[in-house]
Design a protein around this ligand. Structure first.
Ligand code: PEP
Ligand code: MG
Length: 575
């Protein structure tokens, strides 16, 4: 039966393909239907995996070298205990039967239930045992992968036809999808500017978040149409609808191809105002697509993605290599590397995540300043890489002047340590800050006085101004870049920075939204940074704009408060 689901489109275009239910990629698990008659066989496969892991752990314990620390044996014993607990070794068998699913999926479901129980525990020590549960589950998953199930996992060449359907995925999960070529990506949770959505957008495939119940309602292999522009998923479409969307898909592709002609055109308005269009990247390899789309710099390298999906931390040399690679690939064009913005919804494996309001907690520069040794490693790596191109350093989530002072002091220490070792770096390296907290926007002078450039993170600025959690799908509909408070804050930032002759960019999602290009331009923005997929669309808007004509309309928008009037004015601005 055909039905439609509505969510929030985060990346435009149309995808037509078959549903593939997935869970967290760290334990990337596919969902397959296992008919009741095959359930005993599937349970036997699960039991065999548990036995394999038990043997592995017992062998490990028997071979512990005499020099190993005493805790090592205790650690293995703990894992054996977790493995043998019936909540892990027996409960998934029941799920295989009741949910008619494969062993991996059953184990994953059970693990998520267990982890939720751990979250509710008050005792810090016990709560930390969550990591051990995950590690044991990972071992079992690995053992299961050595014992193929009834239904083979999709072949890589079939990926294009797959629409990933997930309840919730972390940004770390989504960044792993860069290695694949999926047709589309839809989730139940997440807001339009959640990091999960931000990375989904960078995959340049139609994607939707905040669908609420998609994973419950959609079955494996069902035919789906995803309209990323409208935020609509059509499940099991009839022939007529199918044909209509095929046509729209072709039209969308044709438009996209046409835009490619603008790649090397300079982004200058009809009345001669020059604009810089930079790209946002998560990994050094993203630079290739940025250049293919004509980016004249990297305005935001979200360096924290180098820290995700791994059990250790990238050391100085590894970070240096990543930054050098990006700088060299840009051949002298600026590469603005943001110091790691961990905390909130992006974590290293060793992070403590127990906090009531993570977005208001120890995140970004706040976290860096509590761990100066780790921060210094990154600063040294950036400085060393600055020899190989034009690197700028950018500090996220600044709130007060003390944070700038402390960050600059640490940078001075990093420079001194390189000087002591006779290691070269760009002595004129520029340091900028992100304006993402309303307090920083309102007290902008604190930052224009101390920094070489600013970049507005509108995703966070809107989150904190409107008090809507970026990651919470229940308030995703309240995200409103046209809210009078947001528009006036932005106008204030551009005006103040321009007056102080401090270059200011926008690198939040607003910069890549072509319907807002002219508005930002009219308010005084001259540097945009966005995911590469949006560069040419935004450039087209710039090329068709006349700043002196659109300025008065933007000023009118700053005085308007009625949402309908604001929309109408925006339409006139874009006409
Ligand atoms: C922002 O907040 O707008 C931004 C660019 O940073 P991030 O999305 O990574 O928080
Ligand atoms: Mg931010």
């Amino acid at each position: 039966m055909s039905f439609t689901l509505h969510g929030v489109g985060v990346s435009g275009g149309i995808a037509i393909g078959h549903a593939h239910l997935v869970s967290h990629a760290r334990l990337e698990v596919a969902h397959y239907v296992v008919p009741p008659r095959q359930a005993p066989e599937e349970s036997a496969r699960f039991d065999a995996a548990i036995r394999t892991v038990r043997t592995e752990l017992e062998e490990l314990r028997a071979n512990v070298p005499a020099t190993a620390p005493a805790e090592f044996i205790a650690f293995i014993n703990l894992h054996l205990m977790i493995l043998d607990d019936s909540t892990l070794s027996v409960a998934p068998r029941k799920i295989i039967e009741t949910e008619q699913c494969n062993a991996e999926w059953a184990l994953k479901v059970q693990m998520e239930a267990l982890l939720a129980q751990f979250d509710a525990i008050e005792d810090g020590y016990l709560r930390e045992r969550k990591t051990d549960v995950v590690q044991v589950v990972e071992r079992v998953m690995k053992a299961l992968s050595g014992q193929p199930g009834h239904i083979p996992a999709p072949a890589a060449d079939a990926e294009q036809d797959l629409i990933l359907v997930a309840h919730d995925l972390s940004p770390a999960d989504v960044v792993q999808f860069k290695q694949h070529r999926f047709g589309s990506f839809i989730t139940d949770l997440g807001g339009t500017t959640s990091h999960t959505a931000v990375v989904a957008r960078s995959l340049n495939i139609p994607s939707i978040v905040a669908l609420h119940h998609a994973r419950q309602l959609i079955r494996e292999s069902e035919l789906l149409i995803v309209d990323g522009t409208q935020g609509v998923v059509i499940v099991d479409p009839d022939r007529q609808v199918f044909a209509e969307y095929q046509l729209r898909q072709h039209q969308f592709e044709r438009e996209r191809q046409k835009l490619k002609r603008l790649k090397d055109t300079r982004a200058t308005t009809l009345d001669g105002v020059a604009v810089e269009l930079h790209a946002n990247i998560e990994l050094p390899a993203d630079v290739i697509v940025a250049r293919e789309n004509g980016a004249t710099g990297i305005g935001l390298f979200r360096s924290e993605f180098l820290f995700l999906n791994r059990n250790d931390l990238p050391d100085e040399d590894e970070q240096f290599e990543a930054y050098r690679q990006a700088a060299q690939a840009m051949e002298g064009l600026p590469v603005t590397i943001r110091t790691y913005d961990l905390g909130a919804d992006k974590h290293t494996e060793d992070a403590q995540r127990i906090t009531t309001n993570p977005a208001l907690g120890l995140r970004a520069i706040r976290l860096c300043l509590t761990e100066p040794q780790r921060f210094l490693i990154q600063l040294r790596a950036m400085l060393r890489a600055s020899q190989f191109g034009k690197i700028n350093i950018m500090i996220p989530m600044l709130m007060n002047a003390a944070e700038v002072d402390q960050a600059l002091q640490l940078l001075a220490r990093a420079k001194q340590s390189l000087d002591d070792e006779d290691v070269a770096y760009d002595r004129g390296i520029r340091v900028g800050g992100m304006i993402e907290v309303p307090a920083a926007a309102l007290a902008l002078g604190l930052f224009t006085r101390k920094l070489d450039f600013l970049s507005v993170g509108t995703n966070d600025l809107i989150q904190y101004t409107l008090a809507i959690d970026r990651t919470d799908d229940t308030v995703a509909h309240l995200y409103d870049p046209l809210h009078p408070a947001v528009l006036n804050l932005l106008a204030h930032i551009f005006r103040t920075a321009n007056k102080a002759h401090v270059p200011v960019a926008v690198c939040g999602e607003m910069a890549g939204d072509a319907s807002l290009t002219r508005l930002l331009l009219a308010l005084g923005l001259r540097q945009y940074s966005m995911h590469s997929a949006h560069l040419l669309d935004v450039k087209q808007q710039i090329l068709r704009s006349n700043v002196s004509e659109i300025k008065p309309l933007a000023q009118k928008m700053l005085r308007a408060s009625d949402p309908e009037k604001l929309r109408a004015l925006l339409d006139r601005l874009n006409a």
